[in-house]
Design a protein around this ligand. Structure first.
Ligand code: PMP
Length: 305
């Protein structure tokens, strides 16, 4: 990924892709205090547009606030930077990665005396859990790793350090032949996927864990709440047990990268019909209509680049 043509926005300037480098003594690299976002831009009839840009930037600033990192740029600058990298790299649909990190002036756990930095890169990235996964659903394993307790790390921050837990869970699951991991919170209730929020469908009602289970407040999750309302489907946010997923009629993951991915199996237990269920399909199709600019009601969620 580092060796390619293109431009990356770094601390207010567009730099050549291969020159977007930092020092090995960068504080964030050693202690893991940093914040990032995952954003997508989609091709629409009116050109390429970034989906829910404002909300992603807002969450990035909230993450930085939670992590006590004073942002060196304004939201407007970060929004503009995101539009700029999509344009400059001539991307039609892509993934964007803004990141905020602590500099390399000094080490030691205290970050005081260090500068704060920001970057935004963008590149083409297809279906995170595979095209096949979007259509037929994926196979998921309950992780042996517990998701973060809300007072061990800050779960409402999209913090760099939160992801070692995700990496371990994802590696364990994929090395065992599954597509993704489902993590439980410290009390044993369903929290989220390694990089996705989770939903289950039972008796025509959609359930998703409330955020006290340590799940990230996903922007796709929020989009699903809007879609369900439009479709007249009730959504309940509550504590969910692992066996409620086994006996659900449908289940799906959501995320900027994962979009809306059906889950067809958990721990080798088939969920519902064992492929994408009818409510998941409706939600998924409404989601793709919105992100691709085919639903005028949500045109304000699309920022042209
Ligand atoms: N949970 C985790 C741990 C994630 O990494 C992500 C991806 N950002 C999500 C949930 C989904 O969030 P969003 O829909 O905002 O991408």
């Amino acid at each position: 990924l580092a060796d390619r043509d293109g431009k990356i926005w770094m601390d207010g300037e567009l730099v050549d892709w291969r020159d977007a480098k930092i020092h090995v003594l960068t504080h964030t690299l050693h202690y893991g205090c940093g914040a990032f976002e995952g954003v997508r831009a989609y091709k629409t009839d009116k050109g390429t547009a970034i989906f829910r840009l404002e909300e992603h930037t807002e969450r990035l600033f909230n993450s930085a606030k939670i992590l006590r990192m004073p942002m060196p740029f304004s939201k407007e600058q970060l929004n503009e930077a995101q539009k700029q990298v999509v344009r400059e790299n001539q991307l039609e649909s892509c993934y964007l990665r803004p990141l905020v990190w602590i500099g390399s002036e000094k080490l030691g756990v205290s970050p005081k005396g260090n500068t704060i930095h920001a970057m935004v890169a963008a590149w083409a990235w297809g279906a995170y859990l595979g095209e096949e996964g979007l259509k037929r659903g994926i196979r998921v394993k309950t992780s042996s790793y517990t998701r973060h307790h809300v007072n061990i790390t800050m779960t409402q921050a999209k913090a760099v350090s939160n992801y070692s837990n995700s990496i371990l869970a994802n590696m364990e699951a994929t090395e065992d032949g599954y597509d993704e991991a489902l993590l439980l919170d410290a009390s044993g209730f369903v929290s989220e996927g390694a990089g996705e929020n989770v939903f289950v469908v039972k008796g025509g009602v959609i359930y998703t864990p409330d955020l006290s289970a340590g799940a990230l407040n996903g922007i796709t999750r929020n989009t699903i709440l809007h879609i369900a309302k439009d479709l007249g489907i009730e959504v309940v946010q509550k504590r969910i047990t692992r066996d409620e997923v086994y006996i659900a009629e449908e289940a799906f993951f959501t995320g900027t990268a994962a979009e809306v991915t059906p889950i067809r199996e958990l721990d080798r237990v088939q969920i519902g019909i064992g492929s994408r269920g009818p409510i998941t399909e409706k939600i998924q199709s409404a989601f793709f209509d919105i992100v691709n600019g085919r639903n005028p009601k949500y045109a304000h969620w699309l920022t042209p680049v």
